[in-house]
Ligand binder design. Structure first.
Ligand code: COI
Length: 369
């Protein structure tokens, strides 16, 4: 599509916060941001009604929202979200990693949850307006693995208890300064094989980024923590045989012979933007990238035979996180006690692109500030 045919993006009015965080308060947060606990001064908001479509783009002070107790999101969970990051480069500019991929996924999620679709230009306009308003909250270049985590989300606000798609919907984007997702940094995490609980099933919402999928992953995660693990790995719901994902992250297996293998998208796995990027970077490094169904037994056998060298999880929040122990009812195995070489190389290659330390030869970065 040429520029002259491209739909004009929504414009955002800006209502500045009268009481923004002081420089000292913001500096204290940015010194040790953690993950997902503190939020910037503003948020982006867009309203949708069946009659008017998307309208009224605004940047407003961050704060609690008012919802009618009958709002259908509270009853039927008609809600979707995204996660992406803005990175400060050495020259002070701020860049987002593949925002159009998140926007396109949000469209697919909206279609699955019978929510209205927000166009790619409107999605990107919302994050651009928010990051421009709250630029001071983007951590400085060179402060470790820090970024501004952006959380766009959309939910049904119509007060109506009948089960049908809502006629009133709100889109918000909030922003949170972020450090490492796992407090242990990049030391290998342990996974519990969830066999009592599946995350998603055939024909369900597993490929959509909707809150319900995350809610359904939590019982498995609780079970995993009770067994001394950091996270749970979910299997396919019909045969309990094949690896799907962790709930909030995709998985990769690295073999000694150079195979880089990840579960195929079966319709119940979320297609991660990081997953897709890692597959491309892996192929460019000369790895034999395979997307296929992976029996959980293959992992155990690979550790036993020594053929499996590394396992890692990946996602926007967790970047690339090595996996060490795999635990199940009555057994466990450890692929590696240290982060693997391929894992760390892929991790570094990705972060170097995101922080502008290497040329963006794929055209993955969009400048926001
Ligand atoms: C992300 O990586 O952005 C996620 O959505 C995972 C989790 C924090 C929900």
């Amino acid at each position: 599509m040429t520029n002259s045919q491209a739909p004009a993006a929504l414009r955002f009015s800006v209502q500045s916060r009268p009481d923004p965080a002081t420089d000292e308060a913001r500096a204290a947060v940015l010194a040790d941001p953690g993950f997902g606990t503190t939020f910037t001064d503003h948020m982006a908001r867009i309203a949708w009604t069946k009659e008017q479509g998307w309208h009224d783009g605004q940047i407003v002070p961050y704060g609690p929202i008012t919802l009618d107790p009958a709002a259908s999101v509270l009853h039927y969970g008609q809600e979707i979200f995204e996660g992406l990051k803005a990175f400060r480069h050495e020259d002070g500019s701020v860049w987002c990693f593949r925002p159009e991929a998140n926007a396109e996924r949000m469209i697919r999620s909206a279609e699955r949850l019978a929510l209205p679709t927000l166009s790619v230009p409107d999605f990107i306009a919302s994050i651009t307006a928010l990051v421009q308003a709250d630029e001071a909250w983007v951590p400085a270049y060179g402060t470790g693995e820090t970024s501004l985590y952006l959380r766009p989300f959309m939910f049904a606000t119509e007060a109506f208890l009948g089960v049908r798609p809502a006629t009133e919907v709100t889109y918000l984007c909030i922003a949170s300064p972020a450090g490492a997702y796992f407090s242990g940094g990049i030391s290998p995490v342990s996974l519990w094989i969830s066999t009592n609980y599946a995350r998603a099933g055939e024909g369900g919402t597993g490929a959509a980024k909707c809150g319900g999928n995350y809610a359904s992953s939590m019982a498995g995660q609780v079970e995993g923590i009770a067994h001394g693990c950091d996270q749970a790995v979910f299997l396919d719901s019909s045969t309990h045989t094949y690896i799907e994902e962790l709930g909030g992250m995709n998985l990769f297996l690295v073999y000694k012979d150079g195979r880089l293998v990840t579960p195929a998208l079966t319709g119940s796995i979320l297609e991660g933007v990081t997953r897709r990027s890692i597959m491309q970077l892996g192929a460019e490094m000369g790895l034999d990238v395979q997307e296929r169904r992976i029996p959980i037994q293959e992992w155990k056998d690979g550790v036993a035979s020594g053929e499996l060298a590394e396992v890692f999880a990946c996602g926007t929040a967790a970047v690339v996180t090595p996996v060490g122990r795999l635990v199940w009812e009555g057994g466990e195995c450890t692929v590696s006690t240290e982060p693997g070489e391929v894992t760390m190389k892929l991790r570094k290659t990705l972060l170097d692109i995101q922080y502008g330390r290497t040329p963006d030869s794929h055209g993955w970065l969009t400048r926001l500030v």
